[in-house]
Write a protein that binds this ligand. Structure first.
Ligand code: SF4
Ligand code: SF4
Length: 89
């Protein structure tokens, strides 16, 4: 299952445009976020991303340059707001 390394994502929006399932949206942090419930694992976002921020769900966090980068998205449809603030709402 693809996921986005938000430390790398530039917010260009290309993955949003190529996703056939409209599974990707831009967050208020201007980073791409994938709705795991909608994603069909076609891989287009990974092909399109110019900076390789869309990553396969490898079990090897070293592939993305640090164990802390591995997101805890399994079983979650949407990220809650970790900071607790809801700017812009
Ligand atoms: S793998 Fe395909 S369906 Fe899933 S987020 Fe990427 S482009 Fe969308
Ligand atoms: S294509 Fe890559 S850099 Fe652009 S918004 Fe999507 S994940 Fe971010």
């Amino acid at each position: 299952m693809p996921w986005v390394d938000t430390k790398i994502c530039t917010g260009c929006g290309r993955c949003v445009q190529v996703c056939p399932k409209e599974a990707i949206s831009m967050g208020e942090d201007n980073k791409a976020h994938i709705d795991q419930k909608l994603c069909n694992k076609c891989g287009r976002c990974m092909l399109e991303c110019p900076v390789n921020a869309t990553r396969p769900n490898s079990e090897d966090p070293s592939l993305v340059g640090g164990g802390g980068a591995f997101p805890r998205m399994e079983g979650r449809g949407r990220r809650s707001n970790p900071g607790g603030s809801r700017k812009g709402r």
